[in-house]
Every structure is written in C-alpha cells, then in structure tokens.
Design a protein around this ligand. Sequence first.
Ligand code: GDP
Ligand code: IMO
Ligand code: MG
Length: 444
Amino acid sequence: MSSVVIVGTQWGDEGKGKIVDMLTRYADYVVRFQGGNNAGHTLVVDGKKFIFHIIPSGILYEKKKCVIGNGVIIDPAVLLGEIEGLQLKGLPVTPERLLISERAHLIMPYHSTLDQVSEAALTAGKKIGTTGRGIGPCYVDKVGRCGITIGDLGDMGLFRDKLEAGLEEKNFLLSRKYGVETLDIEQIYDTFQEHAEKLLPFVANVSLELDRARKNAANILYEGAQGTQLDIDHGTYPFVTSSNTIAGNACNGSGVGPVHIDSVIGILKAYTTRVGEGPFPTELFDETGEQLQKKGGEFGATTGRKRRCGWLDGVVANDAVRLNGITGLAITKLDVLSGQKSLKIARKYQHEGNTYEAMPASIRLAREVEPVYEEREGWQEEITDVRSFDELPVQAKDYVRRIEDITGVEAAIVSVGPDRAETLLVKNPFEKHDVLSPGESDMQ
Ligand code: GDP
Ligand code: IMO
Ligand code: MG
C-alpha cells in the first residue's frame, strides 16, 4: 500500500496528466484535490489524445476509481460534458468509477462571468491572465463562507436560498461596478436542478472512502493541478491561481492525514513554460524560445493560448523540492531539447549586487532578477523512440544527472514523448506494489 502525490514544480503544464495516466497502472485510486477546470491535463494513448479539465487522469483505466476531493471546485456543465464525452467514446463513467466529495464547491455562472469582467477591467501590468473559468471568485466565496457545495444540490430549498443571496450580491457587482448584464435566477436554478439529478449519484464522503481504501491496502495516486509557482501562498503572488497547489494540500483537499502520504513526485519539464501573466526569470524572447514553443507544441490545453518558453530554472526546481517535499522527479519533454547546441540551467538570481537562491516574494524583484546560468552541451539525436535511460545520448543523460545534482532528488521517470509508452520508468514510486491489481485490464 502506498500513497503518492504528483505535483507540478513550475507554472503548470509540466505533463502531470501524462505521468498520472502512466502511473495509474499501479494505483487503485486517482484523486484530484484542488483547482478546477482551469487545469488542462493531456493524455495520449496509442496516438489518441484526451484532455481532462476536471476528471482525474486515471479515468481511462476501467478498474480504477477516480475521486474528486473537497478541495476541487466544480463547474457542473464542464464535468458533465467530460462524463458525456467519455461515454460517447465507449468509456462509461459510473458512480462506481467516479466519486465526488459532497464538500466540493460549485463554480456558479456568476463566478465565471465575474472572473472575465474583472480581468477585462484590469489595466495592462495588473492583469493576471486567468483562464476565465471562475476560479478566483469561487474560492473567494468558499473562504468567505458563502459558497455552494455540490452536496447542497441534495436540498434544492437550501440551494435556492444560497443562490438568491449570492446572486443578489453578484448581480449588484455585475451591473453597478462592471456595467454588464445581470444573470437570471430562474435560469440558473433550472439548469442546476438538471445538473443535480445527473451529479448526485456520484456524490460521496471522499475522506471515508479513501480511509477505507488505505486500510484495505490500496495504492492511491493524488493528482495535483497547476504548479508550485502558481500556489496561492508560495507562488509569484498575485500572478497565481487561487488554491494551494503544493503537496500538503493533497491532505486538506481530500480529507487524509499527512502521515498517510508516502512519496511526492515532482513533475519537472526539461525547460520552463508559463501561460498567463507574471514574472518568469528564464523566459526567452529569441529564436530558441520560439523553437521550444514550436517543438514542444506549447499551447494551453485549456485556453489555447501560446505558452511563454524559457530555459530550465534550478531556483524554481529547488523551491518546488523544498515546498512539496519532493522524493522523486519526473523529467518531462526531454525530447523537445533535441537539436539544441547548448542548454542553459539557471542556478541562482542576481539583482543589484544581491544573490537569490529562492524566488523572491516581492513581485518587483521577481520581475527584475537576472538568472545566472550554467551551460551544458546539447544533443542532436531525436530520443522519442528511446525506451531505456541507458540508451539516451550521453549529453541527455548528463543533463538529467545534473538536474539530480542541483535538486538533490533522483529522477524516477524520464518522459521522451507525449504518448503513455514514451516514458522511461527508472524507479517506480509504487515499486513495492508494482504488480497490477488482480483482474486489472486497461481500457486502452
Ligand atoms: P499538465 O497540465 O501538467 O497535465 O500538462 P499539459 O497536458 O497541459 O501540457 C503538457 C503537454 O505536453 C501535453 O500536450 C502533453 O501531451 C505533452 N507531453 C507530456 N509529456 C511529454 C513529453 O515527454 N514529450 C513531449 N513532446 N510532449 C509531452
Ligand atoms: P494545469 O493543471 C498553467 C494560470 C493562468 C493564470 C493563473 C490564474 O493544466 O497545469 P486562474 O484561472 O487559475 O485564476 O488563473 O494561473 N493557470 C495555469 N497555467 N496550467 C494550469 O493548469 C493553470 N491553471 C491556471 O494561466 O496565469
Ligand atoms: Mg495543463
């Protein structure tokens, strides 16, 4: 029995979905614990591409259970769309395979509208570049103790009371502050009544379920969304998302005690990307940046925006190791670096004679610091067909070893392409339990 947390170490889109999908083979449960449909997790299996925003990335395996924890916020229309999309592909999602915490909060239509109009009203330099999915406003209501949970859909009287209170305030803001159309209560109520019928069968006490599972020696995989530098407390605030993205929140966001987490795998893209606004010390504005963007297919899986690209940042990697307690790395997209003559890794930052070994909390400093790089030789060979670490070009192995030296953490996984098969599993985080569960068959 093992519980493994997967987290993004950078600004999101490190390839968490791919690694979760790959490791689900060894797990019994896959649990999302924070974020909402701002996430876009891509899986490629035998050339077929799936993008999940809210459903855990273990859903392609028939016999595994997927769980949406209390820390996740749910836009019901998006969740139902994903469930229906899978059904159309012949992958039925039943309440036996998907459990949703009764305590998870709902993203209401006024949350996404407010997200979009408030972002539009910000001046250049102040914009966060949110996904517009209502994430900030929904978490604001949760913390403000006026949110609506998915469990509330079981009592439509209570739901209506909460909706009335919420909408009164939000409509005031929409019309008076932002000068846009207000939302209609009856329309929202009717839509959510339909959602309730479809979603309530999935609703459960997730904490109890995971506790039982653990006592029955289940392997549990926790799937983080976003990345460490987008964490509401530890990221490049305010250019962050509105939840804790780090490993500690796997416990809060699913109702599990910290002593029950065995290891934390940090997903580290072999270079760096960021989508949306905010500081990015190793960002490249030259041809190399464009090459990484093109070769890496760096477009947001949720919004389709072009991702900003830059060199690997050792400062960011070390922040992630410290903040998450990372025990193993999964280095992804190593194949994208093929063809580069030389590669740079930032080791520290400098600013006005001062040296920084962690991302400065001051947003002004985070914007102004200059990375101090070390340079390494690149490799020319394409490596997507490589299936063992030893077969990698010597410079690629050296690059991975250097990352291990800098972070003090072993590379447990190296990913050389988007497909599930294009993965080198050096050390299985579930290794004590790496046999498939009896009767396991995977849907793909
Ligand atoms: P996530 O949000 O962390 O799950 O990552 P995304 O799915 O948003 O973005 C990662 C992108 O890189 C997706 O298009 C993946 O299919 C792709 N990907 C993942 N690992 C690799 C890899 O090792 N090599 C290449 N070339 N692409 C990869
Ligand atoms: P995955 O799970 C990359 C970014 C947005 C914006 C900031 C705040 O796919 O890695 P929000 O809508 O959360 O209020 O936006 O956070 N962001 C992500 N960037 N990957 C993600 O998720 C992200 N989720 C949010 O672009 O800069
Ligand atoms: Mg993504």
